[in-house]
Design a protein around this ligand. Sequence first.
Ligand code: HQG
Length: 178
Amino acid sequence: MPNLTHISKLLSKILRHQPDLIHIQLDENGWVEVSILLQNLAKYQTSISFEQLKEVVDTNNKKRFSFNDDFSKIRANQGHSIEVDLALQTQIPPAILYHGTVEKNLTSIFEKGLSKMNRQHVHLSADAETAQKVGMRHGKPIILKIESKKMYDKGYVFYLSENHVWLIDSVPSEFIHL
Ligand code: HQG
């Protein structure tokens, strides 16, 4: 019986990056029918119940997934590498947002700015502590401060995901500070 973390990681992989893994397709907004997801998970990966799926959605530490209103569909809230339209709302950012990274990326980041790399957006955090955790996934974390309000005032568009990750297309180096 897979544990909740295992299910969450598998769902992230399928709903953000590789629906092909269990032969499902996401719609243009990133949703898939829960019944099809559970059926194909059982067929190609591991069998989980609707109750387990709901527990993962409800208890996930980063609120990575959402159901629609009648629980018939599910999607990842952000972090996709495949192209989906999350119909995100634009938002006015706070004065400063944070980005966690590692030293080996710094030369390139200060040369070219922050790019979305394999994802659909650059991910920024509202607090330094969260950025530290994001950076730690890649090694010893370095926290960059982003002058988000200044960017907003210059016309850059910011989005806030369902689970409170700030998203943007790119951040030019002039707005990035150590
Ligand atoms: C770096 C997790 C060189 C960037 C987290 C990062 C987040 C550059 C890496 C979410 C660069 C990309 C995303 C440039 C950016 N030159 N390196 N020009 N521009 N980078 O994993 O932000 O747990 O795709 O600094 O909490 O680390 O999956 O992005 O180090 O919200 O839900 O390129 O993933 O969420 O790495 O993390 P990633 P990220 P989950």
